[in-house]
Design a protein around this ligand. Structure first.
Ligand code: RUQ
Ligand code: CUA
Length: 656
């Protein structure tokens, strides 16, 4: 055993050395006349719009960023799993419930794989989903408002990584566990992992009209690590594929112990079959604790509900529903081509890239050609399901995307390159270096039947010398390539935010016209909204004080408030009366112990303030909104706890 450990460690260190020496070599091409041509390709003239939206995961920022392609300009950061002082998300009373979990309020997340909703296998641009890896959750963002409107926690899961990919008609958004754990969670020795831990693959239904999410069922799989996944499409619609590693079921020193098996598996799950089983009462309800947080666009408020049980399915109770496809060497990405025929398993430590055939898989299943089983799940024969392999395309394959011409593009982390190859003939057509150590790549329309093979961008893990240095920490770099010709052409470097894992991209025209400009004041159902000066008031309930406040260019109403006492909890409920596109107002008060608020036209948002000092404290608008923005200010008087200063509020009163 010791020797195996040693030799594996040697191999790994060679791989690591390869990575770093490659990172050191600088070979960017500055090709004079050519480069001006390249510049034109990414140039979006002032006032013009980009052709594509790219939604890039923010990794450990917990958020999602919005970019334009080909310009590489960042338009927005959408807060999802993390508090965001820029808008008050996760700080305002209305949005705090979004970050509620069964572990309590969690102000942070690690987001990985955004995926856009689909209809008939094509991107429809209604919603975008993204997973939180650390405290397993799936979020939904409405692409009308670009706001996070729903977050569901995923119980029995740990390291929610093979997520959040949607099926052809967004029937499900799927979330697979990376870490297997005791299910249900309990106190037990770690060394008893093997055979006792399990991996949950969760199928979260998405209601066709409303988009409401609900965990329909979880398949409790053997205790492997489920790394990435993708839905079948076209002929393979109804199936879902998950890569696994650590089929060794090791619980320690995985870099060695999980690299022993020559082949791990891709798990093929016939979810239609399991759905039918469940619809007929199959599976069993199991106690579980998980939060379901929903944001209401009319009350502008989120509510958090604790769910108490979840339906679980044992795969061996549904014959013909789950199979294992042997796949070399700890595969990472699990990618399905636009036709639904090919399933690419990107074996991180494998010399060749393995591609399975869906048709051959069905044949092998039909003929019951099994090569043993794992925990009762049939294993198919590698040769029987293999469509072909790309011979020695590069080192350390991670992810593959497809264009609309039958080509595939695979990233190689160790050899730092993107390799283009042909589906069916498996020949390598082109390769281009990336700077440096690429992880995911994205082609607009990527996870769908209809990719748009004009651009591809690679998201690199290491930046080094690509930008002006900014101390030890650099933003990760993305690189945009023109892939419309035979050869890929590098067009642009642009920085991303946090760590971009995957990104989803789509034609801008799909959502541009539908993008919401304001919230209609008449539809504002916020219980603390005020719609005019007459409705403005300050109400004391014990030591809680509720201020119903409005804001419009260029004042707050009221702007003078007295009668607050030390020990009070002051709620500023601010309604923005504007009904004009792009006129938010901000709200901040000196000593505010949450964050400022940014209130969109027609919205009501609430900030809680617990003053700690007696005095007269100013508040003001944080967003430069008009020529008299600097005049958008007011005062709130805080008296000693035992004072008898009466509650009083006004606007423009003391002027003679
Ligand atoms: S991962 S670099 Cu979180 Cu998608 Cu592969
Ligand atoms: Cu309102 Cu500045």
């Amino acid at each position: 055993m010791k020797n195996i450990i040693k030799s594996t460690l040697t191999i790994l260190s060679v791989l690591v050395a390869f990575t770093s020496c490659n990172n050191g070599s600088k070979s960017s091409s500055k090709s004079g006349a050519l480069s001006s041509n390249v510049a034109e390709k990414v140039y979006v003239a002032p006032g013009e719009h980009d052709e594509f939206y790219a939604f890039i995961s923010g990794g450990y920022s917990g958020n999602l960023t919005v970019y334009g392609l080909p310009s590489g300009r960042m338009f927005k950061e959408i807060p999802v799993f993390s508090q965001f002082p820029t808008s008050g998300y996760g700080y305002s009373e209305e949005t705090k419930p979004m970050l509620n979990t069964s572990h309590g309020f969690i102000p942070w997340g690690d987001s990985h794989h955004p995926d856009i909703s689909q209809t008939k296998g094509e991107i429809d641009g209604r919603f975008i989903f993204i997973n939180e890896n650390n405290t397993p959750r799936i979020a939904k963002i409405d692409l009308k408002t670009f706001e996070t409107t729903e977050i569901i926690e995923v119980p029995n899961s740990a390291g929610n990584h093979s997520s959040s990919f949607v099926t052809e008609n967004t029937e499900y958004v799927v979330a697979g566990t990376r870490f297997s754990v005791p299910i249900p969670q309990r106190d037990m020795p770690i060394k008893d992992y093997k055979g006792n831990f399990q991996g949950a693959l969760s199928f979260i239904s998405v209601a066709p009209e409303t988009g409401n999410m609900d965990i329909k069922f979880q398949v409790l799989m053997p205790g492997f690590n489920y790394d990435l996944s993708h839905p079948g499409r076209g002929k393979s619609h109804g199936w879902f594929f998950f890569t696994t590693y650590n089929t060794e079921e090791a619980s320690t020193l995985l870099e060695v112990n999980a690299s022993q098996n020559d082949k791990d598996f891709i798990a093929a799950v016939n979810w239609k079959k399991i759905e039918e089983y469940v619809n007929n009462g199959g599976g069993k309800m199991m106690p579980a604790d998980y939060a379901h947080n929903v944001y209401d666009e009319h009350t502008h408020t989120a509510t958090s509900t604790m769910k108490k049980e979840v339906r679980v399915v044992n795969p061996i109770d549904v014959p013909g529903a789950v199979f294992f496809l042997p796949t070399p060497k700890s595969p990472h990405g699990c990618d399905v081509d636009p036709s639904g025929e090919y399933i690419v398993g990107n074996g991180k430590l494998s010399a060749n890239l393995t591609v399975h055939s869906f048709t051959k898989m069905l044949e092998a299943i039909e003929n019951k050609k099994f090569d043993g089983e794992a925990y009762g799940i049939p294993i198919l024969k590698f040769e029987d399901v293999l469509a072909g392999s790309v011979e020695q395309p590069g080192l350390g394959p991670l992810h593959t995307e497809f264009d609309d011409q039958g080509n595939a593009y695979t990233t190689f982390f160790i050899s730092s390159e993107v390799v283009k190859w042909k589906l069916g003939t498996w020949e390598v057509i082109d390769r281009k270096p990336t700077y440096y150590s690429v992880g995911h790549l994205t082609i607009p329309g990527g996870n769908s039947r209809k990719p748009q093979g004009k651009y591809m961008f690679a998201m690199n893990k290491i930046t080094k010398d690509r930008y002006l240095p900014t101390g030890p920490e650099l933003e990760h770099s993305a690189q945009l390539y023109d892939i419309s010709g035979d050869k890929m052409e590098l067009l642009l470097d642009f920085p991303t935010h946090g760590e971009p894992h995957y990104a989803a991209a789509m034609e801008a025209s799909l959502i541009k016209e539908r993008s919401q400009k304001i919230y209609n004041l008449e539809e504002n159902k916020h219980p603390y909204a005020a719609f005019s000066d007459e409705e403005v008031k300050v109400v004391r309930e014990g030591n809680e004080v509720h201020i119903y406040m409005t804001t419009i260019r260029s004042h707050f109403s009221p702007d003078n408030i007295e009668g607050i006492k030390l020990g009070d909890k002051v709620y500023f409920h601010v309604t923005n009366l504007e009904q004009d596109f792009d006129v938010p107002h901000g709200f901040a008060v000196l000593g505010q112990n949450t964050s400022e608020l940014l209130i969109m036209p027609g919205q009501t948002k609430t900030s809680v303030w617990e003053p700690t000092k007696v005095g007269v404290w100013p508040f003001y608008c944080t967003d430069f909104c008009s020529a008299l923005h600097q005049e958008m200010q007011g005062y709130i008087r805080v008296s000693p706890a035992n004072s008898s200063t009466p509650l009083k509020w006004s606007l423009g009163e003391d002027i003679e």
